[in-house]
Design a protein. Structure first.
Length: 301
């Protein structure tokens, strides 16, 4: 009798947890679902009440994506709808490419610099190592808005304003401290005996890092690099202030400008937003196992 009561309580608790999880999942994913669905609906359908949560054939359209990728207004659009397709819509696709390129280079630099730096802070002791490490992390406590004006002045003087190089340098400075912090903590959880055995077998430092340390720390490295990619891909303040033309504008700046239009097509905004979150979503899906393994490490100062 007692055993059956305990079993029944466990089942009830499990059902409650499942129900709450489903509610939380719906709450989190419902805005994403509505953005995706809105991008495939006509402008008139988006004004209907109640909204078309499950679009039917008579309201489905791909005109918004057609305009974003081609820059041509769909021929079957009305005159009023044509006026809602602003020029900013044609900048969405190149801006997403800019964001991917910038984030890729930031991620690559984080790998080249953060991997050995994290290992050095984890394995070696030198003068003021802890103070240097904490000072490096403290730089990330400064809000972006407080340093964007000085950065604007500096970049303007060195003629790097409105360039991808400027954003790559700034985003690298933003993400590198966290990359080093994550990798330092991950290296501390790897037994040093593996490295000592490799050195005894005749491996130099570089060969040991590539052949031994890198495979063991792969989950932590991937988690840190994805964090760097996401941060640089979705940054808004510097991308808005320090860029002026599509040569360097990122998707966050273009989407913000697109959404500010009073008569801009809501379907086109939804389509642009859907395209913007596809790259990081795809990246997170591909490396989800490594990310889960990497972020489970105990992070300490």
């Amino acid at each position: 009798m007692l055993l059956s009561t305990i079993t029944r309580r466990k089942k009830i608790k499990k059902l409650i947890v499942i129900a709450l999880s489903v509610v939380a999942l719906c709450y989190i994913l419902s805005p994403v679902y509505w953005v995706i669905v809105s991008g495939f609906q006509t402008e008139r359908a988006l004004e209907d009440r109640p909204p078309h949560l499950v679009p039917t054939k008579d309201v489905v359209t791909t005109n918004h994506y057609y305009y974003i990728f081609t820059g041509n207004i769909p021929p079957d659009s009305t005159l009023m709808l044509q006026s809602m397709y602003t020029m900013s819509g044609t900048l969405v696709y190149p801006a997403i490419i800019n964001s991917i390129v910038i984030a890729f280079f930031v991620t690559f630099i984080n790998l080249v610099l953060g991997f050995p730096a994290g290992h050095v802070f984890a394995r070696y002791r030198f003068w003021a190592d802890r103070k240097i490490f904490l000072l490096m992390l403290a730089t990330r406590l400064l809000p972006s808005i407080s340093i964007v004006i000085p950065m604007y002045i500096i970049l303007n003087r060195v003629r790097l304003l409105d360039t991808k190089v400027a954003l790559i340098c700034i985003y690298t400075a933003m993400t590198l401290p966290f990359t080093i912090w994550i990798l330092r903590a991950y290296f501390k959880n790897i037994p040093i005996a593996f490295e000592e055995a490799a050195r005894i077998d005749g491996c130099g430092y570089l060969k040991m890092m590539v052949k031994v340390v890198f495979p063991l720390a792969r989950p932590g490295i991937i988690a840190a690099l994805i964090f760097a990619f996401m941060t640089s891909y979705g940054e808004f303040v510097f991308a808005t202030v320090l860029t002026q033309t599509i040569a360097s504008k990122t998707q966050t700046a273009v989407l913000a400008a697109l959404a500010q239009g009073m008569s801009t097509s809501r379907g086109m905004i939804a389509a642009a937003a859907t395209l913007s979150f596809l790259p990081p979503l795809l990246l997170a899906t591909i490396f989800r196992k490594h990310v889960l393994a990497g972020v489970s490490v105990n992070l300490k100062f």
